[in-house]
Ligand binder design. Structure first.
Ligand SMILES: *Cc1c(COP(=O)(O)O)cnc(C)c1O
Length: 362
């Protein structure tokens, strides 16, 4: 059934159950779809985020993850507000690109890709810019696989009167996040990362109070998360504009599979085990991970080229011929490639990968 196993940061290899769930068509007007699929999805997302319906709500939005990041920034930061973005990779910087398209009043504090966003860094930035009203960061920077210290940072952010926006695209569902305890106001993720659905929409877990303040703020109709939410809320799961029905149905299945697996904690352990096998195996083969173990996420890892004449393209092709697809690197000052371990991928797959790499190198 599979052409290859995707060891990439998403889209990723999905389970057959998820792919099979797409073999039916759904009416977006009918309650079987809205109340039977969309509403339970919204409820499960709140459960995964450890929040309840009284304080938090969800907005599902068509498009890839970036659409949801853009929608959130564009609907929350008013012309009189000021946004602080702390970035240590491409996705953090992309938030600044969005801010500049929207001509938001923003401050970008940029760090090296191998340096984590820590509470100290955040405190320094918030102290230096006292007029900040919104603070945005990425949890797991997929650029390198670095895991920023979200919980520790959240304690600092709580001391300031700012709206807290987190791009948890590549971590939500795969790393436990206590959204309420961390005081996150807007958490953004998408269907095709750790929940292991197929691509086509993203979602925002939002503080009800803060979302209500977004009414009339959005500069884009399609990306107006307040309007999208209002239609979904009043219509009991009705999407504004065409809903990606097959993708939504597949996501519903992916959520059932996640529960079946044992929930986020159990999935986190699997990813962690995949990652340990990967890193230890690669080190035995002579590869050096870009990041030290303390800041390495269990989501994706970057490895340095083993030598200056290393040919990534031929390495990639040889691995693909053996059934594994990996990813090029994305950082500015070192030659790297990436191997992801999220998706319908298990420890035995990682062991098989390592032995295939050994064969290629021989
Ligand atoms: C995948 C990802 C995104 C969104 O990327 P899309 O290509 O738009 O889906 C944003 N931030 C992070 C950290 C990601 O890993």
């Amino acid at each position: 059934m599979r052409n290859y196993l995707l060891l990439t940061p998403g889209p990723l290899s999905t389970a057959q159950t998820v792919r099979e769930a797409m073999l039916q068509d759904w009416c977006t007007w009918d309650k079987d779809y809205n109340e039977g699929i969309v509403t339970p999805i919204r409820q499960s997302l709140l459960k995964l985020a450890k929040v309840d319906d009284a304080d938090y709500t969800t907005v599902l939005l068509q498009g890839s993850g970036t659409y949801c990041v853009e929608a959130t920034l564009g609907a929350t930061v008013k012309p009189t507000d000021k946004l602080l973005i702390i970035a240590n990779g491409a996705y953090g910087k992309r938030m600044a690109t969005i801010a500049s398209y929207y001509e938001l009043n923003y401050e970008l504090v940029s760090y090296h890709e191998a340096e984590p966003v820590t509470p100290e860094v955040v405190r320094r930035a918030l102290e230096a810019h006292k007029d900040i009203t919104h603070f945005a960061m990425v949890h797991c920077e997929t650029t390198t696989g670095i895991l920023n210290q979200l919980e520790e940072v959240s304690r600092v952010v709580k001391e300031y009167p700012v709206t807290f926006i987190v791009d948890a695209m590549s971590s939500f569902g795969g790393i436990p996040i206590d959204v309420k305890a961390y005081g996150i106001d807007f958490l953004i993720s998408s269907a095709n990362k750790c929940i292991q659905g197929v691509p086509g929409f993203g979602f925002i877990i939002a503080s009800r109070k803060k979302l209500l303040e977004c009414k009339g703020v959005a500069r884009s109709l399609s990306l107006d998360i307040y309007d999208q939410w209002e239609v979904m809320e009043k219509g009991k799961g009705k999407w504004r504009f065409t809903s990606p029905t097959h993708v939504v149905r597949a996501f519903y299945q992916a959520l059932l599979d996640l529960e079946q697996e044992g929930g986020v904690e159990v999935r986190h352990q699997r990813y962690q085990e995949n990652n340990t096998i990967l890193i230890e195996g690669m080190q035995e083969l002579g590869f050096t991970p870009l990041l030290p173990a303390e800041i390495q996420s269990p989501i994706i890892s970057s490895f340095l080229y083993p030598s200056s004449d290393f040919n990534f393209q031929s390495f990639y092709e040889s691995l693909k011929a053996k059934g594994f697809v990996i990813y090029p690197g994305k950082i500015s000052d070192a030659e790297t490639f990436r191997i992801g371990n999220i998706g319908d991928v298990y420890p035995e797959d990682m062991r098989r990968l390592i032995s295939c790499i050994r064969e290629i190198l021989e």
